[in-house]
Design a protein around this ligand. Structure first.
Ligand code: THU
Length: 265
């Protein structure tokens, strides 16, 4: 008797390959995707997101890990990538989660146990909430989302809600990692989530829960200006939120990489 359902890792590979089509790779042309399998069989996609400032690259595995975290899920039992994981890429998972993983599927995967759950549905990160026209409603929601932040090093939770042109609401939180160069802020988590799910940013609500003067960092301004230069950003200022537009207010004269040569086909 043959079991015709694909092995969990094969099924995840296929999902990762589908996800890779959503990569943002204008500078290398190297599409890459990753998928995390959660303990109940839900799977989480991630894609490679390149920046005109090359070093701000978001690797596919890191994208998936931050999407899972912003959705309140860290119960990862397997990770796959469309390409053999380099050691440094595997460290995103090895160091980023408290359980131990071993390599499987000839370096394409990391697994916690040999008994993986059957592959179920893709994670739907969208929030159920409906936003009123009130600016305060978005900020209140961002404050609630900030509770999902993974902040063992800073104890400084940041939360955001990215409203998309389809009317969906995506959560973003900061996700810290022992290797600080791997830390993603809430804003970049939300932008990479929108890219991964093929959604277009329309409006952002942001809170640095413990700092009423908090504002997007330089790295996030760069990523925001590349993907959503006219995005209105509502920042938590206690009773009176402040609204800014990224390209005109927060990063005028930004480097857009317009003269960078596209990869040859
Ligand atoms: N952080 C954000 O998430 N967004 C910002 O705009 C500012 C900084 C996070 C990153 C890190 O986890 C912590 O706050 C301290 O920088």
């Amino acid at each position: 008797m043959t079991d015709r359902s694909p092995l969990p890792l094969e099924a995840l590979q296929q999902h990762a390959q589908q996800a890779a089509l959503r990569s943002h790779v204008p500078y290398s042309g190297r599409e890459e995707g990753a998928v995390l399998l959660l303990s109940d069989g839900t799977w989480v996609p991630g894609v490679r997101v390149e920046s005109a400032t090359f070093s701000l690259l978001i690797p596919a595995l890191l994208g998936a890990l931050t999407i899972a975290t912003a959705s309140g899920r860290r119960d990862v039992v397997a990770a796959v990538q469309t390409r053999t994981m380099r050691e440094d890429e595997a460290l995103i998972i090895h160091q980023g989660l408290p359980v131990s993983f071993r390599r499987a599927a000839e370096g394409l995967a990391l697994v916690t146990t040999s008994e993986l759950p059957a592959v179920g549905n893709q994670l739907d990160p969208r929030l159920d909430d409906a936003l009123t026209e009130m600016e305060e409603a978005g900020i209140t929601l961002a404050r609630r989302i900030a509770k999902r932040a993974h902040v063992p090093d800073s104890d400084f939770p940041v939360g955001c809600v990215l409203q998309t042109t389809s009317g969906d609401l995506l959560p973003g939180v900061n996700v810290e990692h022992p290797d600080w160069s791997r830390i993603l802020c809430a804003e970049r988590t939300a932008i990479s989530m929108a890219i991964t799910y093929g959604l277009i940013p329309e409006r952002l609500y942001l809170t640095c829960l413990k700092d009423e003067t908090g504002s997007p960092c330089g790295a996030c301004r760069q990523i925001l200006v590349e993907h959503a230069p006219t995005l209105p950003i509502h920042m938590d200022r206690g009773a009176a939120p402040a609204e800014h537009t990224i390209a005109s207010d927060l990063l005028p004269g930004a480097f857009r990489g317009d003269a960078l040569t596209a990869p040859s086909a």
